[in-house]
Design a protein around this ligand. Structure first.
Ligand code: NAP
Length: 284
């Protein structure tokens, strides 16, 4: 029987509707104050423009305030850090999102580290990552959080499950390790030096691919009935492709996310949720 397809678009729409209701309650409870998300975009990268544009539009759609700063690609690190400091100090800003990548003259880590942890809605500061690794509450990176939300919606219980994550990036693989571990899964993280990747993947009840290699995960890497979550977004000649060979793996897996329409729509939904959470926590 082909795998059940986990509909990320539908789950993301539910999350956005939930956030919109939460924003209404927030506004009522705080005398009309509206949660605000500041986006910072440096340079002219067309893909980054599209991503930030979508984030701003979605922010306004759920009733929050979007404050945008579009900066010239030649901006100095000093000036960018001064902007982050001003946004940290701005009481009307609850979340700060600096779109990556940044131009060469700027040290990415320095800018991310400068963000107030209370406004770190991308969950990328060392403080947020550390709290997550220690199983303490805090703001969690959006895409991995979206993966956990999809598992919950699909009724997949991580507790006691063998989970395998392919990829160890700060953005996806590492926070997912912590999230799955905190949810009591037994987690293995694979990367480019992993010996016999296929054999490790075959052990997984939950298999998450976050690699950036089109259709890397094949049907014979997947245990029958496993849940397969495909984070990959690869632009190929035949269009957008995930890290999983969707057609073939669907014949083996129990549940699977498509690309597009799986993890992708969840990322912005979780960003909105993080911004509302940050706004609530800052006023608690
Ligand atoms: P990344 O920083 O490039 O990390 C890729 C990881 O995959 C690395 O840990 C790398 O290992 C590992 N890897 C590369 N080739 C491998 C191979 N042949 N076998 C096993 N492991 C291998 O990428 P990322 O930022 O985590 O993103 C991963 C994918 O997710 C990309 O396609 C990206 O576009 C997509 N993504 C999607 C969303 C979304 O909203 N849907 C959000 C973020 C990312 P090493 O550490 O050893 O180099």
């Amino acid at each position: 029987m082909p795998a059940r397809v986990i509909d990320g678009k539908a789950v993301a729409a539910e999350v956005r509707a939930r956030v919109a209701r939460g924003v209404e309650e927030f506004v009522t409870a705080h005398d009309g104050a509206v949660p605000g998300l500041a986006t910072v975009l440096v340079g002219d990268d067309p893909a980054s423009h599209v991503y930030v544009g979508n984030k701003r539009k979605s922010t306004e759609e759920v009733g929050m305030r979007s404050v945008h700063h579009g900066l010239d690609a030649t901006i100095s690190q000093e000036d960018l850090l001064a902007l982050v400091a001003a946004l940290n100090a701005d009481d009307g800003v609850d979340g700060i999102l600096v779109q990556l990548p940044l131009p060469e003259q700027i040290t990415q880590d320095a800018v991310i580290s400068a963000i107030d942890p209370a406004k770190d809605v991308d969950g990328l500061t060392a403080g947020s990552a550390g709290r997550l690794a220690q199983g303490r509450p805090g703001l969690v990176s959006c895409t991995p959080q979206g993966v956990m939300e999809l598992l919950a919606h699909a009724g997949v219980e991580p507790e006691g499950a063998d989970a395998v994550v392919i990829g160890r990036s700060i953005l996806v693989g590492r926070p997912l390790l912590s999230l799955l571990l905190n949810a009591n899964a037994t987690v293995t993280v694979c990367h480019s030096r992993t010996r016999d990747l296929a054999e490790v993947c075959r052990r997984a009840d939950i298999l998450v691919a976050a690699v950036g290699s089109p259709r890397l995960v094949r049907a014979d890497w997947v245990k029958r009935g496993a849940t397969v979550i495909d984070v990959g977004m690869n632009r190929t000649e035949s269009g957008l492709a995930g890290d999983v060979d969707f057609e073939a793996v669907s014949e083996v897996a129990g549940a699977i996310t498509p690309v597009p329409g799986g993890v992708g729509p969840m990322t912005i939904a979780m960003l909105l949720q993080n911004t509302l959470r940050a706004a609530i926590a800052r006023r608690a």
